[in-house]
Design a protein around this ligand. Structure first.
Ligand SMILES: O=C(O)[C@@H](O)C(=O)CO
Ligand SMILES: [Mg+2]
Length: 259
């Protein structure tokens, strides 16, 4: 039976961020993941998680200046110093909160600048991975679909797998977000099988709506079976935008036989 972590960037989003931790627990989740926790001091987060009895299993490096179109800095030539600050913040939060996985955000880059950006990305990830290893943390690299994030540096799982080989550090893994992979590449079950050794986390949502995973073009019951078959037993991240109140939409779990 698969287990799940509630991504509180999207789930329970009708209430303040810290209250989403309690809401997740009340709905039956003892693991949450998030995108950007940085507006909250570490002691506040630690206290809220401990009080709720919830573990924070994953977080992202900061996005940078979102208003200017930034979405991560790891693959931005010339921004190495800013990335280093984002990275050390992420690692500090992860270590203090007991979070084992950090998604390192690549960045939005014009097509003609991609080759240089990928060199920067690989160098930044390699450096970060060595520090992460000493802290027992896994780095996740996630391809984002170009419909939602045009010009994101990495948009395909196959390319991420090649980049992971290029980085050459064992604690750098693929974040296989089924929503993005279906939009960009499809052939989901074969791709899960092919990338099984480098998959470090999985997230799900319906395609194309990004709502609860009980509608649209992906047969999630078959995806759960495929994950079981490849030996993926970590919590699956619920990173969907609920159709209404999160609690009212959780019936998909029973319908798909995972509750
Ligand atoms: O799929 C996503 O968008 C997220 O997993 C994320 O980390 C931010 O882009
Ligand atoms: Mg995702």
């Amino acid at each position: 039976m698969p287990s799940f972590s509630a991504n509180i960037a999207f789930l329970f989003a009708d209430r303040p961020f810290l209250d989403r931790i309690d809401a997740a627990k009340a709905a039956g989740f003892d693991k949450v993941e998030c995108h950007f926790p940085y507006e909250f001091p570490i002691p506040v987060l630690r206290e809220r998680l401990a009080r709720a009895g919830v573990a924070m299993t994953g977080l992202n490096t900061a996005p940078g200046d979102v208003a200017r179109g930034e979405w991560g800095l790891a693959g931005m030539p010339g921004r190495e110093a800013d990335f280093a600050v984002h990275w050390s913040d992420a690692l500090a939060y992860a270590q203090a909160l007991g979070t084992g996985k950090i998604h390192v955000m690549a960045g939005v880059v014009a097509p003609e600048a991609r080759a240089a950006a990928l060199d920067t990305y690989v160098a930044n990830i390699r450096r970060a991975a060595r520090e992460a290893a000493a802290a027992g943390v896994t780095i996740l690299l996630e391809p984002l679909n170009v419909r939602d994030k045009p010009d994101y540096l990495v948009s395909r799982s196959d390319e991420i797998a090649d980049l992971i080989a290029r980085v050459g550090e064992a604690n750098v893994k693929l974040l296989f977000d089924v929503y993005h992979v279906q939009i960009m590449e499809g052939d989901l079950i074969r791709r899960l099988e092919r990338h099984r050794d480098v998959i470090g986390h999985v997230q799900i949502a319906a395609v194309p709506s990004r709502h609860e995973p009980d509608e649209g073009e992906v047969a999630y019951r078959a995806i759960f079976d495929a994950l079981e078959a490849i030996g993926y037993h970590e919590p699956i991240g619920l990173e969907y935008r609920p159709r209404g109140r999160t609690e009212d939409g959780l019936g998909w779990m029973r319908a798909l036989g995972v509750a």
